[in-house]
Design a protein around this ligand. Structure first.
Ligand SMILES: Nc1ncnc2c1ncn2[C@@H]1O[C@H](COP(=O)(O)OP(=O)(O)OP(=O)(O)O)[C@@H](O)[C@H]1O
Length: 259
């Protein structure tokens, strides 16, 4: 019997229009697994996430989610199944933080139904989990970038998805909130949620990932356990710096892995 997969990419090519950013991407994600995607600026991490979410068409190959091609999903059903935390943006409309989080319930309550007391309770609980309940009545466009990031994570959690896709979830967070978000991802994994996240901080991947994928040179350079993929040599090649520089920056984390 093969292991169940939440998400599977096969011979996937990604890009914009006719411009290919990466190709030959093959990987799968199991329930309760955290996969961290590392890659230099412009290597295609966001393009890959958006393709996996059906927001960009694959240039070749397939993406299957819950056993079904992503393009074949009804968008409302997909939104119940998959939560997406994009990079925090400024936001255009002056919704309250609570309303932004309640939007995560929209796929569950139906297009024309108003969220009920139970939905408000879920939204409130998600705000509390992220430590921003005190911001519930604040206007989303008038809070800090880090607070917006936490609100977007709370919104995705309110969806109660099977798969959470996060684009640099700890960017713009202070040290304490970075730790809180990483701990939260670990709790979600214990609850059986699959998490696919990008990060520019390899030490975060070393801390929480079950597997790490390295995207560079238009392909997956490696995918596997942190011990086998995030080696100083591989990270040096990925980011175009010396192995000694990587070892100097990451040695406490690399030592912890081998301890
Ligand atoms: N809307 C777009 N139209 C055309 N090309 C794009 C578009 N968005 C991104 N690109 C290009 O695709 C490539 C990959 O970009 P992408 O944003 O996926 O990289 P990334 O790894 O997420 O980068 P970063 O770490 O800087 O966020 C880059 O060369 C970028 O210029």
């Amino acid at each position: 019997m093969t292991a169940p997969t939440v998400l599977q990419a096969q011979q996937l090519a990604i890009g914009h229009g006719r411009r290919r950013v990466a190709q030959g991407l093959d990987f799968a994600l199991a329930p309760g697994e955290v996969l961290c995607l590392l890659g230099a600026n412009g290597s295609g991490k966001t393009t890959l996430l958006r393709t996996l979410l059906g927001l960009l068409p694959p240039l070749a190959g397939t993406v299957r989610c819950g056993g079904q091609d992503v393009a074949a999903w009804q968008r409302a059903a997909f939104a119940r199944h998959v939560g997406y935390v994009p990079q925090a943006h400024a936001g255009l409309f002056p919704f309250t933080v609570q309303d932004v989080v309640l939007m995560g319930r929209a796929a569950r309550v139906g297009r024309f139904a108003a969220p009920g007391a139970a939905d408000r309770q879920v939204a409130r609980r998600c705000l509390e989990m992220l430590g921003i309940a005190h911001l519930h009545a604040s206007v989303y466009t008038a809070i800090s970038g880090g607070e917006r990031q936490l609100a977007l994570i709370a919104r995705a959690l309110a969806q109660e998805p099977a798969l959470l896709v996060m684009d640099e979830p700890t960017a713009s967070l202070d040290f304490g909130n970075q730790i809180r978000v990483l701990e939260h991802i670990e709790r979600l994994r214990s609850g059986g949620m699959a998490v696919l996240m990008t990060t520019h901080q390899p030490e975060h991947a070393l801390r929480i990932a079950d597997r790490i994928a390295l995207l560079g040179g238009g392909r997956l350079m490696a995918i596997g356990t942190p011990q086998t993929t995030a080696t100083p040599a591989a990270l040096a090649a990925l980011y175009g710096v010396s192995e000694a520089a990587v070892a100097a920056s990451l040695s406490p984390f690399l030592n912890r892995m081998t301890a």
